[in-house]
Write a protein that binds this ligand. Structure first.
Ligand SMILES: [Zn+2]
Length: 387
């Protein structure tokens, strides 16, 4: 008798689980949202943007825009907030209210899907690079910082992103003799600030004078054991392979030619891939040409979050796999929604960063004024929007 009851129970349970599987999700009714993500003023297509919405149980529904900026999202029916973000969502994002109707496809207005700049952005101008021109071409605002201002943390800490252009350390200076600026950059990254450095500006990261010419150059805040670079590149054009699939999908390219128009560019001689992620390589030699990390975190420098106060009402979290079968995913949400997410097991901060670390991108190549940099422009645009 007991055995028959058990068999009956088991067969009922099996039926229930089969019926769940045929719905391919938590059983939530959905409709389709389509649209194009663009930059705020210049309306350039943004690939790789995360587009997402939640159902009443805070299960996430998400999609990424393709290289043309287009996305298609199956979203839960009803009144929903649609969030659009790049990077971890703390620096560029927007959100709109939508009404999702069952089994209907709705084309959203392009004008409602433009990424707002939340980040306060600065750059230190250089001799061979001018990333600020690409930022301006996307329609976003930057402020100029001098090299000397990097020694004032009350200034540095006002920003969310600082771009360190190649050639921004004068040859009469030596970053290895500037422990104040170096510590300020370490504190900035530890507390959520993001950096982009190109070519010779690697000296800010791993030491040297106005560039890095030895594997164990003095100065810098990134451990020398994670990265060795010597300024011994020669003028050439390399065929590059994009090894990071998110980057390849976002810009719609897996290979491209990168022009190195100047000699003495910083080749990456060795890189610890447990600390740095390699995104682009020389397709012939396999050498790293572009790397990224969010593993730099110095507990002794941890303090208050840097950057724009607009970010204080929003918070970056790692949303854990939910009933909808998502992977862990980094999102930035209104602080008012935080408790609901903590209640289903989410964690504060991004899924990949150590502590409150910001992101550091480094490229051996860069924008150089008055020259056509071809498809590498798409990579640099991606870096800007994903810091
Ligand atoms: Zn969540």
């Amino acid at each position: 008798m007991k055995k028959q009851l058990l068999i009956l129970l088991l067969s009922v349970l099996t039926l229930v689980s089969c019926s769940d599987e045929s719905n391919n999700s938590s059983g939530q009714k959905t409709g389709t949202l389509k649209g194009k993500v663009t930059t705020i003023n210049t309306h350039k297509a943004v690939g790789g943007a995360l587009v997402f919405a939640f159902d009443d149980e805070k299960n996430i529904y998400y999609a990424y825009s393709n290289a043309a900026g287009d996305f298609e999202l199956n979203a839960p029916i009803g009144d929903r907030t649609l969030y659009i973000q790049t990077g971890d969502g703390s620096n560029f994002r927007t959100n709109i209210n939508v009404v999702v109707q069952e089994n209907q496809t709705q084309q959203l207005e392009e004008s409602s899907l433009r990424l707002d700049q939340v980040a306060r952005i600065a750059y230190v101008s250089g001799s061979y690079d001018s990333i600020e021109e690409i930022i301006a071409s996307l329609g976003y605002e930057t402020e100029s910082l001098t090299y000397a201002q990097l020694s004032d943390y009350s200034i540095v800490s006002q920003y969310d992103i600082i771009f360190l252009n190649c050639g921004s350390i004068a040859s009469s200076n030596s970053i290895s003799n500037n422990p104040t600026a170096t510590t300020n950059l370490a504190q900035f990254v530890t507390n959520g600030g993001s950096l982009y450095a190109s070519d010779w500006a690697i000296a800010y990261l791993i030491g040297g004078t106005n560039r890095t010419t030895a594997c164990n150059a003095s100065g810098g805040f990134i451990p020398d054991s994670t990265l060795c670079s010597l300024g011994n590149g020669s003028a050439t054009t390399l065929n590059a392979l994009i090894t990071n699939s998110a980057l390849a999908n976002a810009i719609g390219l897996t290979t491209l030619d990168i022009e190195y128009d100047l000699a003495s560019w910083q080749k990456i001689n060795s890189v610890d891939e447990s600390f740095w992620e390699v995104l682009v390589r020389d397709s012939t030699t396999n050498e790293a040409l572009m790397i990224k990390t969010n593993n730099f975190y110095d507990q002794s420098l941890a303090g208050s979050r840097v950057g724009n106060s607009q970010n204080s009402d929003w918070i970056t979290i790692c949303h854990v796999p939910d009933e909808n079968g998502s992977s862990p995913i980094t999102i930035t949400i209104e602080a008012s929604a935080l408790q609901d997410h903590l209640d289903h097991g989410d964690a504060l901060g991004s899924c990949s960063a150590v502590g409150t670390s910001g992101t550091i991108y480094y490229t051996t190549f860069h924008n150089h004024a008055n020259q056509n940099i071809g498809n590498s422009q798409f990579i640099l645009e991606h870096v800007i929007l994903n810091l």
